[in-house]
Design a protein around this ligand. Sequence first.
Ligand SMILES: [Zn+2]
Ligand SMILES: [Zn+2]
Length: 386
Amino acid sequence: MDKNYTYRDRHVELDADKQFRLGEGKISGYCSVFLGALSLLAVIAYLFPSYLTTNELRNVYDAAVLQNVLKYGMYFSLLFGFITFYLKRYRLMGAVGIALTSCAFLLGGYTVPVGPVEAKRLSLGVDWLILAFLGSVFIFLALEKLWPKYKNQVILRSGWGLDLFYFCFNHLAISAVLVYANYHVSHFDWALSTSLQESIQSMPILLQFLLVVLSADFVLYWEHRLYHEVKWLWPIHAVHHSVENLDWLAGSRGHFIQVFSERAMVMVPLYLLGVDETALNIYVAFAALQAVLIHCNTNLPFGYLKYIIVTPQFHHWHHSSEKPAIDTNYSAHTILFDWLFNTMHLPKKHWPAEYGTTKKLPESFIGQTLYPVTSQFQKRKSETHQ
Ligand SMILES: [Zn+2]
Ligand SMILES: [Zn+2]
């Protein structure tokens, strides 16, 4: 806590136009469109599984069971579509939802036969996108509604469309990310030690999990810190920081170079430690959930746990543009390395009043993707004009 700094409360104005209210047809309209779009995507993925689903995920889920989920998704999309029609105001959304689901039915719907899939090295992660979206909406939107930090912040806050695009883009690219990360990790073959791996594998699963968490955290801490402190790396990471309203979707905003490099770097300790698959799977699930949770608009009470693991309050401060919080809270999993290396900022009950970057970034996906290059030109221009 910075004793010389006056902490302020954040004031969020309620945007009544963008708010969801029961009985207007807006909620059912959005549900119908999203379920319709997901159903259509799922049916297309069932038709071309080797190109549109990921090898890793196919090993985890049962495609036949998920067809049942698809069936309910399609019927609910239609139901919400008709409710929207009945409520009149958002008829167009109802029509779009019903049209998308009808296309899904025409392509075979939930009866597309499930057979053996020829594994491709590169494919799009449509299955990952659909499952992650449904899971996130159920878990994190519920959390944000039950324990909101900023009650007035609406789901359709500014920039939500851009972040939804990032969510889709980064989830679809998962197979490319994994191929790249596996390729990168093979450079570390020289450091492999069978005896070390054997002794690690003989440890209890919980201990192996903790070991993975701490080693991944160490790598992620330093990678993150370099992105902030090395001048030419910052514009890549600034994309993640450009979001000004944090919620479950905000964490998806990230330049693809950052997403690729994060996965590739975190893979190194996981590969070298060679932990048991169960411990690794627990870690992957924990890391995926925590990455979304820490961006959520929630003040879920963590008690003393907030002095051990990275919580929303801790990571919200990382996203703050207020002076005492700049270049602090780099950790991803536990607060250990921020505490050890003196970069921690967790002022008891205070939360940030300002979020985002001190210098504004472009607001489009293309503008942000090119920002690491365009920001260099801008810098040179301003230097020659001085
Ligand atoms: Zn950062
Ligand atoms: Zn973040």
